[in-house]
Design a binder for this molecule. Structure first.
Ligand code: AMP
Length: 195
């Protein structure tokens, strides 16, 4: 079973692209944020552990993420592959994923990183904030702070995959359709999804 990861900074279009890749290549779309919110709604033990972190916008502890990903993979034993959205977020989580892949005999193909210029990212965040009337995201200083914080976090993760020759940077600056074509070409050129 193929395991792919899609990653990027805020407003790089990860979620949208991930859904399309999953549908077109027959992969299960595994979104850890969605899964954790669902567990909170269900009132499960895992949800209870995750709740306080999520409500503060902090990363949940690795033990909780590991259990969540383990549960998600168990349910997908019969699919041809999965694409992760929102996981791993750190180098430590990439190590957790590698262990799980060994355990379940999965082939980790690599990480697609959506590379978007900072100006374009800020423009997209502002447009989204105006549409949703989110005051915090309309302030360029706050937006910049959030981008810088996440950049720091992602650095370790990017290096981890780069060192293993498993990092695929994709130009994420164009329209949704253009970006999807860039992703598709990368998947095809490197045979990232095996059937
Ligand atoms: P998201 O929907 O991806 O923005 O995630 C929502 C929240 O879920 C985050 O703010 C974290 O609290 C938690 N979360 C999702 N994925 C992870 C992860 N891989 N590691 C730690 N926390 C996560």
């Amino acid at each position: 079973m193929t395991v792919l990861i899609i990653s990027g900074l805020p407003a790089t279009g990860k979620g949208t692209q991930c859904k399309k890749v999953a549908a077109d290549f027959g992969l299960a779309h595994l979104d850890t944020g969605d899964y954790l919110r669902h567990e909170i709604d269900r009132g499960s033990e895992l949800g209870k552990e995750a709740k306080e972190y999520i409500s503060k916008g902090k990363l949940v502890p690795n033990s909780v993420v590991q259990e969540a990903v383990d549960n998600m993979l168990k349910k997908r034993k019969n699919t041809q592959g999965v694409i992760f959205d929102g996981f791993p977020r750190t180098k430590e989580q990439a190590e957790i994923l590698e262990k799980l892949c060994d355990e379940y005999n999965l082939k980790l193909q690599g990480m697609i990183y959506l590379d978007v210029e900072e100006n374009e990212m800020i423009k997209r965040i502002k447009t989204r904030a105006e549409q949703d009337n989110r005051k915090d995201d309309q302030d360029p200083t706050i937006i910049k702070q959030r981008i810088d914080e996440q950049k720091k976090q992602l650095k370790g993760l990017i290096d981890y995959f780069k060192e293993r020759n498993m990092l695929y940077k994709v130009d994420g600056n164009g329209s949704k359709e253009q970006v999807y074509e860039n992703i598709k070409s990368t998947i095809d050129a490197h045979q990232l999804v095996r059937t």
